[in-house]
Each structure stands twice: as structure tokens, then as C-alpha cells.
Ligand binder design. Structure first.
Ligand SMILES: *[C@@H]1O[C@H](CO)[C@@H](O)[C@H](O)[C@H]1NC(C)=O
Ligand SMILES: *[C@@H]1O[C@H](CO)[C@@H](O)[C@H](O)[C@H]1NC(C)=O
Ligand SMILES: *[C@@H]1O[C@H](CO)[C@@H](O)[C@H](O)[C@H]1NC(C)=O
Ligand SMILES: *[C@@H]1O[C@H](CO)[C@@H](O)[C@H](O)[C@H]1NC(C)=O
Ligand SMILES: *[C@@H]1O[C@H](CO)[C@@H](O)[C@H](O)[C@H]1NC(C)=O
Ligand SMILES: *[C@@H]1O[C@H](CO)[C@@H](O)[C@H](O)[C@H]1NC(C)=O
Ligand SMILES: *[C@@H]1O[C@H](CO)[C@@H](O)[C@H](O)[C@H]1NC(C)=O
Length: 921
């Protein structure tokens, strides 16, 4: 089934395609790896990229995808080069570019590919394949500022870069105009057609610009969830006037959802957020209702009270029925999980309506190498040569194969190597404008004419022009280059006087084989001089090489030495500060025995040993952990751990008070936590007495996340807990949570240090860590996700009591419900419905991120903490509002929440506020 072509070892591909060849003006549809033109059922004409001479092609076959353009891919070597498609554009025009990737296991590999996609010099997206049969789609809207654009694949961290299709669609007029369009691209996160009649997306020909409007009835995992009760689809066959703004297709505007019970509510996972974005909603009144009815509603975004909530009256705002009204935000800060509600105002008789929605993220444009224009001009003289078609920026995201750049954010070119490329004609003058150039190699070509003046390239160290057909004199300005160490013009047709200054300069200078050359001034026999200088040159060369070798070696030694000294100084100073100021208190064994009444009251046990209750003479209650002897191999290891523990201080970490080491007993002393482990409160005896409320659970999650955040980000080196679980989250007198058993973990110095033995508890253990043995902070994130699931459900991580296939594991059990949109099924019944569904959803969404199979896909603890805090503010917000309502004795439905809110503000009808007005753009 699989056909493979070897890729040419020489790199890159250029592909200049004239957009006008496609059936729609400004449309280009490339079928990557394809061999023939074909037209699909939509009427789009696909062009094979078989003019591309680089990369391999492969046939793929996937169960649910029969479209011809998805039966092939083009793939590239996983090296440090970039592979670019260069497409022609009309300057000053806005375009949509869409790249799609259907892996289909084209390479029969065990690893899924992961690589970067860029547009010109700007990073666009990192393509992460996590399923071989799902198409990854990336879309970007941008303004053409040049006649071509390059879309490049590079930086494969796993697998090989590949691509299935590349589509270019030209926009019209002012669509997607922003005032910052020369600084930012718009990268698509969501484009949704609400009330869609079926699962099919709407695109060309319904959308003349071939945007893909996804149906709201397709439920991608975590994508569009939580449809409010009373949400109904409506549609019309009447024409809708869509001639404003972004001109959404009429077919999209002819369907909508309405909130019959007063509200519409949705939650979306926004790809690539948090960040700043462009977010617009599309409304049109498409329902017939008696004229004494009204439809007015407001937008609510939980946790984003700063967003103003002007009233939308679609009919009034659009100045009529069946007309588009397009309010939105040009620049809004959005979270990764975006929840929003439209709620009717209390003077409105009908619930809200929503036809469509679009959200893009702003991506900063990288203007690329400072030498970009010069190089574009340079390669334009060599259109026949492969090396001139590498595409994109000369330096970013990877440099052209014959170019080297420095590492500035706007890099300069430092080296050009065009040796033996059969170049003819003059030396291109562009080269003399590369002011950062250090090494220039043009040797072994057929270059003719004079050597230009390189006086501006003041950093030049090495110039190779030998074995060409250059004529004329050697410019004296070479002598002014302060760093010049090597100049080779051997075997050319140079003539005239060799500048005296060059000969006197102590550089390696080779001008043999130029019969017309003579040294300035002195009438001495040339040949002797040439021989002498050749000998001199050789000596110089030898000494130069010796010097370079010495210098390299020395700098290596120096670097090494630097590293050693800084490291050891650092170590020493931290060591001293610890010993001096924070060194752990050492208890005597008799003190411990007295405090614990000779180890009478056992309060817990774990992988490391048994924990006893104790009380010091001063009345302070302590927990004493007696480590099993196997825990440590020697005294030194134990003391190292103690030292580590004594430098970790945080209010959400159980306080370490000291240690004792005597008679082969290793003892650690901690503050005593009165309310024991979280686990007991979810499922143990404490839970049977009184279950903890949802809001308390959120506070516990917040506390624990703060503790973990400190371990991950506040300690250097980072500390990975390695054994997070609900029995390691302890609660104090005031039910404040603290993380315990940290630090018995090793600091994350490097991969090898921490990969020794897999540690952790079944049910909490990160599957990636288990298989790879490579420990990262993200393993803690997985375990924390399990704890969050326990908080939601009260369930054990592994349980034989849950029924159904594979449901022993809490992740598979909960995922099936969460992805199905039925979160109620997993919420702990002992919470007695005393929670805001919104906030539970928020936590469930974050859990789904935490338990992603690949650590890299999991969020950081800081992001998790932020989401927990947002869930808390939803919960707290609802409480304060419902308190008000309770005073007034009204039932607490969400409808009434909206009513309270709108009653509080003046009737503020049609003026469209932050939103933009159609027709004004
Ligand atoms: C493209 O348009 C911009 C702005 O009008 C102009 O500065 C630039 O020179 C144009 N580029 C080309 C190659 O025409
Ligand atoms: C390559 O990808 C890795 C992982 O995604 C990233 O950390 C690194 O910065 C990328 N390198 C470049 C040069 O873009
Ligand atoms: C683009 O704009 C021109 C003129 O404004 C119009 O004639 C043409 O129909 C538009 N194309 C599309 C696809 O809307
Ligand atoms: C639409 O997609 C959903 C899942 O996303 C599926 O359950 C449903 O059966 C599909 N409907 C049709 C008509 O194909
Ligand atoms: C929606 O409203 C209708 C009538 O107003 C009511 O019968 C129904 O129970 C409501 N549904 C929900 C889920 O609130
Ligand atoms: C959006 O607003 C933020 C904060 O006001 C600002 O930092 C950012 O540059 C803006 N982004 C764009 C694309 O305008
Ligand atoms: C230069 O020309 C020779 C002879 O035509 C050819 O063999 C060689 O491959 C060419 N080199 C390059 C780099 O094109």
C-alpha cells in the first residue's frame, strides 16, 4: 500500500505556484504528495505539489477519510533544516492560509511526529500528532506585505515533518482588517456555525472565501459543551443580508440556536490560548414572532466581570430582520477554557439567539533577519539554482543550508558558503551589504569581473575567492578590515598592483596564479616576492592554525572552568546559608521518645515509614516519621535529604521541624496536621460524618496547587514531588491544605538523575513516566489531575466497584462522562447539588488536560492554579448573588441571576459599546 520516494539529500523545495491557476481567483489548493490535478465534490480544484523535487511522498489510508487530497502526504527529513512552500500573493491583500496534516502512520513509526510550522520567519504553530486518523487543521489570516509567502516545516522533535494539504484563500475588501495587521497574524481557534442542520461543516461554495464553519452538533472532546436547558435550533429559508463586516455565509446565518428558557451557555477549549484574541459573534434575527415580543440579551463571561455587558437587541442593532449584526472584541484576553453565556434581560420576552462565532488568537509577526531584503535580491539573480529556492527567511526558523546566522532575535548573516556552485557573472553586490558577514566563500566558481569593495563588511575575517575568473585589481579596502585574517584570491585573472598595506598586514594572503599581479612601488622581481610571500603565507597559515587550535582549546577550558567555578561557588554559598541560617534542628532520640511516649500513637504510615503523634515539652504537637531502614542507603543520603527539606518553606507545604539520627533510626519531624489526610475526608470515617462542600474542596485544591507551584517554580533546582495523592494532602485545624511527603523526592537536576526507579502510587502514576522513566514536573500534574477528579467525584483512583468496561481506572471512567457532556454522572452525590455546574466543569476541563497522555500537552501548575481560582470566583460570585436573591425570597435560577444583574444597571439598549458596529468598517 505504501510508496516511498527517497528524498534528495540536498535539501529544500521550492514551489512557486501561480494562484490564478485555480478555479476561484485567489484560491490555491495544493494536494501534497499528490500526482494529478483533480476537482473535488465541492468544486475545489486540487493541484499536486509534484513540481516539488524535495521530500518524499507516501500513500496513506485512514478509515474515515476518503477525500483524494488526504490519500497522500509529502514528508521531509527530520534534520535541522527547514522545508518551505513558497506561494505567490497579491501585495496588500488579506489571505486565509490553511495547512492540514493527516498522519495515517505514513512512516510506520512508533512515534508520532511533532514539528514546527511557520509562516515566513514567524512561528505559527507546533504540530503535535496524537492520533493517526485525525486531521490536524491550522488556519491563519494575514495581510500580504510581499509578493510571496513561505510556509515552512522545521524542527522535528519527534518523527518526520509532513503535510497533507496547503490552501490559500484570498479575502475581499476589509474582511478581517485590524489596525495591528502588520504586527500580528490571526490564528484561528474557533469558527462555529450554531444551529447547524447536520454534522457537516459549511465551506465553499456556500462560503465564497472557503472558510470552514464547524457544525455545533459535532462534539469534539472538550470543545463545545454544556448546552443550557431549553437550547433549541431554529432555521429559515429566507435570504439573510450578510453584506457587512466579515460577510459570513448566508447558509451559516440561516441557522441559529435560541435559549427558550432564557439563556444560552457554552464552553470552548481555545487552541493556543490563553492570550489576546479577536472574537466576534454573528447574529441575525431569523425567527418570526409577533411584533409585541422582544428579544434582548447580554453577554456574560464568568470570571471576567471587566467585560462590559451591553444589551444586544439583534433586530434593532441590525436595523431589521434577516440582517447581520456582528458585535465583538478586537482585542480581548481569553483563557484556554472559555465559558460564556447569553442571558435574556428581564424586560425581554424571548431568550437569546446566536448564529455563529469566530475567535482568533493574535500571533506576533517576526520581521525576520535584518538581511532578508538583501538576500531576497541576491537569490533573485539565480532562479535556476536549487540553493536559491530554500524559501522563507534566510535565518528563521532555520537558516538556509549555505547560510549561517547569529542568534539575535532579528539575526544577521555571519557566513555565506557558495563554494563550487558553478556561479557565473560578477560577484553579486548584495554580498557587500551584509554588514555582519564574517566568512565569505565563493571559491571554485566561474565568477568574472572585478572584486567589489567589501569595506562595509567590517567584521570579515575570512574571504575565499580562489579558483574563479575574476579580473581587475585587488581593492585596497581589504587592508582596512580590522579583523581580516585570511584572504585567498589564488588562480584568478587579477592584475595591477597588490596594495602594499595588504602585504604588510599580518594575514594569510594567497594571490598565486594571477599572472598580472605585482607588488606596489618596489621594482623587485615578482616571482621572488610571490615565492617569499607564499612561504610567509604558509608560515602564517601554520601559526594561525596553531593559534586557532590553541584558542579553541583554551576557550573550551575556560568555559569548562567557568562552569565549574560558578557552580561550586553557588553550591558552597547555598550550603553555607543553609547551614548558617536554616539548618535543620537536630533532635536527640530521647527527646523524640519522650514526645511520642515511646512511639505510642500511630497516626499514619506510608511508603517511607510509620508516622507517630507527639508533643514536645513546649506543647507543640508534632508528627514523627520513622523511616524504614531501606529508605536510605547511608547516613549521607539521609542528611542530604534533610538539608533539602530544611530549605523548603511554604505555607502550603507541611512544615519540616527537624530530624533525629541515632541508633540506626532515621527520624523526620513535622508539624502535626489536626485534620489528617484529604483522602479520609473524601472516603474515610471523616467523610461519613460530614462531607466537605464543593467550595471547600476548591479551596483545598487551591492550597495544594500553591504548594506544588512552589516546589515546581519556587525552588531551584525544581523539586518534583513524585508521589502526589489524596493521602499526601493534609488538613490543619482550620481545614487549610498542605502538601506532605515532598522532598523525599529528589530534586530534578537532570533526566538521568531522576530516572532511576519509578516511584509513585498506583492510580496516580503518570503513564508516560512509567513507560519512559523520564521524570518531569508533568508527572506531578498527572497525579494532581487524579486528585482533582477525586475532589469532583469522591471516588477512589482505582476501584473494583465501578461497573463497566475499563472503569476500574478513574480516568477512563470519568473521561467517558466528561467527553459525553454528562458531568453530573460523576459528581460526588454527597455534594447534594450544592455547587455551580460552571465551576465543576472548569475543574473537569482542567483534569482532562492534566491526564493527557503526553506530559508536554499537560498544563503547568500555575495555569491549573489560575483555573482553580477562576472556578472559586464563579462559586463565590454565585454565592454573593444568590445571597441577595435569598433576601428578596426569589428562587435561584440562572434566569433570575440575569435579571438581578440587568436590574442593577440602567436600560442601556442599542449603543454598541466595545463591540463594533456593522457598516462602520
Ligand atoms: C507591498 O506593499 C507595500 C505597502 O504598499 C509596499 O511598501 C511594498 O513595497 C510592496 N511590495 C512589493 C514587492 O510590491
Ligand atoms: C524546537 O522545538 C522545541 C520543542 O517544541 C522547542 O523547545 C525549541 O525551541 C524549538 N527550536 C526552535 C529553533 O524553534
Ligand atoms: C469582492 O469584491 C468585489 C468588489 O467589491 C465584488 O465584485 C466581488 O463579488 C467580491 N467577491 C466576493 C467573493 O465576495
Ligand atoms: C454527529 O456527530 C455526533 C458526534 O460528534 C454523532 O454522535 C452523531 O451521530 C452525528 N450525527 C450524524 C447525523 O451523523
Ligand atoms: C424550560 O421552560 C419550560 C417552560 O417555560 C419548562 O417547562 C421547562 O421545565 C424548562 N426546562 C428547564 C430544563 O428548565
Ligand atoms: C491587546 O491588548 C494588550 C493589553 O492591553 C496589549 O498588550 C496587546 O499588545 C494588544 N494586542 C493587540 C494585538 O492589539
Ligand atoms: C557544476 O557543473 C558541473 C558540470 O556541468 C556539474 O557536474 C556539477 O554538478 C555542477 N555543480 C553544481 C553545484 O551545480
Amino acid at each position: 500500500m505504501e510508496i516511498r520516494c527517497l528524498f534528495r539529500l540536498s535539501v529544500l523545495l521550492l514551489f512557486l505556484c501561480s494562484a490564478s491557476r485555480a478555479q476561484m481567483p485567489g484560491f490555491l489548493s495544493l494536494d501534497c504528495g499528490g500526482t494529478e490535478k483533480h476537482t473535488d465534490t465541492l468544486g475545489l480544484e486540487w493541484t499536486p505539489d509534484n513540481q516539488a523535487i524535495f521530500g518524499g511522498t507516501a500513500i496513506v489510508s485512514t478509515p474515515n477519510e476518503a477525500q483524494r487530497q488526504y490519500t497522500t502526504v509529502r514528508y521531509f527529513p527530520a534534520d535541522d533544516k527547514k522545508y518551505c512552500y513558497t506561494l505567490q500573493l497579491q501585495n496588500r491583500t488579506r489571505y486565509l492560509v490553511r495547512a492540514t496534516f493527516l498522519y495515517g502512520n505514513f512512516d510506520r513509526s512508533d512515534v508520532y511526529p511533532k514539528f514546527d510550522l511557520s509562516l515566513g520567519a514567524s512561528h505559527w504553530s507546533t504540530i503535535i500528532v496524537s492520533d493517526e486518523n485525525t486531521i490536524v487543521v491550522k488556519e491563519l489570516a494575514f495581510l500580504a506585505t510581499l509578493p510571496t509567502v513561505s510556509i515552512c516545516l522545521s524542527n522535528a522533535t519527534t518523527g518526520q515533518p509532513f503535510i497533507s494539504t496547503l490552501e490559500l484563500r484570498q479575502f475581499n475588501g476589509s474582511l478581517y482588517y485590524t489596525t495591528v495587521e502588520t504586527q500580528f497574524f490571526l490564528s484561528l481557534s474557533a469558527r462555529i456555525n450554531f444551529g447547524a442542520e447536520n454534522n457537516d461543516s459549511v465551506r465553499y461554495p456556500d462560503d465564497p472565501f472557503d472558510r470552514i464553519w464547524e457544525s455545533d452538533s459535532v462534539r469534539r472532546a472538550n470543545y463545545l459543551v454544556d448546552v443550557a436547558p431549553g437550547t433549541e435550533k431554529i432555521s429559515t429559508t429566507n435570504p439573510v443580508d450578510v453584506s457587512y463586516g466579515e460577510k459570513p455565509p448566508q447558509k451559516v446565518m440561516q441557522t441559529a440556536v435560541v435559549g427558550r428558557n432564557g439563556s444560552l451557555s457554552y464552553r470552548l477549549d481555545l487552541d493556543a490560548f490563553p492570550g489576546f484574541g479577536w472574537a466576534f459573534s454573528y447574529f441575525a434575527e431569523i425567527e418570526d414572532f409577533p411584533s409585541d415580543n422582544t428579544r434582548k440579551f447580554k453577554l456574560f463571561v464568568p470570571g471576567m466581570a471587566t467585560i462590559s455587558k451591553p444589551t444586544v437587541d439583534v433586530e434593532e442593532n441590525a436595523q431589521g430582520k434577516f440582517r447581520l449584526y456582528e458585535p465583538g472584541y478586537y482585542n480581548i484576553s481569553l483563557p484556554f477554557i472559555f465559558s460564556f453565556d447569553f442571558k435574556k434581560t428581564n424586560d425581554s420576552s424571548l431568550g437569546p439567539i446566536l448564529n455563529a462565532l469566530e475567535i482568533y488568537k493574535y500571533l506576533q509577526i517576526n520581521s525576520g533577519s535584518q538581511d532578508g531584503y538583501v538576500m531576497a535580491s541576491l537569490v533573485s539573480h539565480y532562479t535556476q539554482e536549487d540553493w536559491s529556492h530554500e524559501g522563507g527567511d534566510p535565518c528563521l526558523p532555520a537558516s538556509w543550508s549555505w547560510v549561517q546566522c547569529n542568534s539575535d532575535s532579528q539575526p544577521k548573516i555571519v557566513s555565506i558558503d557558495l563554494s563550487e556552485k558553478n556561479l557565473t557573472g560578477n560577484i553579486p553586490l548584495e554580498l557587500t551589504k551584509l554588514t555582519g558577514l564574517i566568512v565569505l566563500k565563493l571559491d571554485g566558481n566561474f565568477l568574472t569581473g572585478p572584486i567589489p569593495d567589501f569595506g562595509e563588511c567590517i567584521n570579515l575575517e575570512s574571504v575565499h575567492l580562489e579558483n574563479n575568473l575574476l579580473s581587475g585589481v585587488i581593492p585596497s579596502t581589504f587592508a582596512d578590515l580590522p579583523n581580516l585574517r585570511e584572504l585567498n584570491v589564488k588562480n584568478n585573472k587579477l592584475s595591477g598592483a597588490i596594495p602594499r598595506e595588504l602585504v604588510d598586514k599580518h594575514i594569510s594572503f594567497n594571490y598565486e596564479g594571477n599572472t598580472g599581479l605585482h607588488i606596489q612601488k618596489h621594482g623587485v622581481n615578482h616571482t621572488i616576492i610571490i615565492i617569499i610571500s607564499a612561504v610567509l603565507g604558509l608560515c602564517l597559515l601554520a601559526s594561525l592554525m596553531a593559534y586557532i587550535l590553541f584558542k579553541q582549546k583554551r576557550s573550551k577550558i575556560l568555559q569548562k572552568g567557568d562552569a565549574v567555578t560558578t557552580q561550586s561557588t553557588k553550591k558552597l554559598s547555598t550550603y553555607f546559608s543553609e547551614v548558617a541560617t536554616e539548618s535543620a534542628h537536630k533532635f536527640s532520640l530521647s527527646e523524640i521518645e519522650e514526645a511520642t511516649g515511646r512511639f505510642q500513637k500511630k497516626v499514619g504510615s506510608g511508603g517511607f515509614g510509620i508516622v507517630y503523634y507527639g508533643k514536645l515539652k513546649d506543647g507543640k504537637e508534632i508528627a514523627v516519621k520513622v523511616l524504614t531502614n531501606e529508605s536510605y542507603q547511608g547516613i549521607r543520603e539521609f542528611l542530604n535529604e534533610v538539608k533539602l527539606l530544611s530549605r523548603i518553606h511554604h505555607r502550603n507545604l507541611v512544615t519540616f521541624l527537624g530530624y533525629s539520627q541515632q541508633d540506626r533510626k532515621n527520624v523526620l519531624v513535622y508539624e502535626f496536621m489536626h485534620n489528617g489526610a484529604l483522602k479520609e475526608h473524601l472516603r474515610g470515617a471523616a467523610a461519613r460524618e460530614r462531607s466537605i462542600s464543593w467550595i471547600k474542596r476548591l479551596e483545598i485544591a487551591e492550597d495544594a496547587a500553591k504548594g506544588i507551584e512552589y516546589l515546581h517554580t519556587g525552588c531551584s533546582p525544581t523539586i518534583i514531588h513524585r508521589d502526589l495523592k489524596s493521602s499526601n494532602i493534609l488538613l490543619d485545624k482550620h481545614m487549610k491544605a498542605k502538601v506532605a511527603d515532598f522532598g523525599l523526592s529528589k530534586p530534578a537536576v537532570d533526566g538521568s538523575h531522576v530516572s532511576s526507579i519509578v516511584r509513585g502510587t498506583v492510580g496516580y502514576l503518570d503513564p508516560e513516566y512509567y513507560t519512559s522513566q523520564q521524570l518531569t514536573e508533568k508527572s506531578d500534574i498527572y497525579s494532581f489531575g487524579i486528585i482533582l477528579l477525586e475532589l469532583i467525584s469522591g471516588q477512589e483512583p482505582i476501584s473494583n466497584e465501578r461497573l463497566g468496561a475499563n472503569c476500574r481506572n478513574i480516568v477512563t471512567w470519568a473521561t467517558s462522562y466528561i467527553e459525553g457532556g454528562n458531568i453530573q454522572a460523576i459528581i460526588d452525590p454527597s455534594l447534594n447539588d450544592d455547587y455551580e455546574l460552571q465551576s465543576v466543569w472548569k475543574i473537569a476541563e482542567i483534569v482532562m488536560m492534566c491526564v493527557k497522555p503526553q506530559g508536554i500537552q499537560r498544563p503547568s501548575i500555575s495555569l491549573i492554579l489560575k483555573e482553580i481560582q477562576e472556578a472559586l470566583s464563579i462559586e463565590n460570585g454565585s454565592r454573593s448573588v444568590s445571597d441577595q436573591i435569598m433576601v428578596g425570597n426569589s428562587p435561584t435560577t440562572s434566569l433570575n441571576l440575569a435579571a438581578v444583574d440587568s436590574a442593577g444597571s440602567e436600560r442601556n439598549t442599542s449603543l454598541p459599546y466595545v463591540f463594533s458596529q456593522p457598516g462602520l468598517r
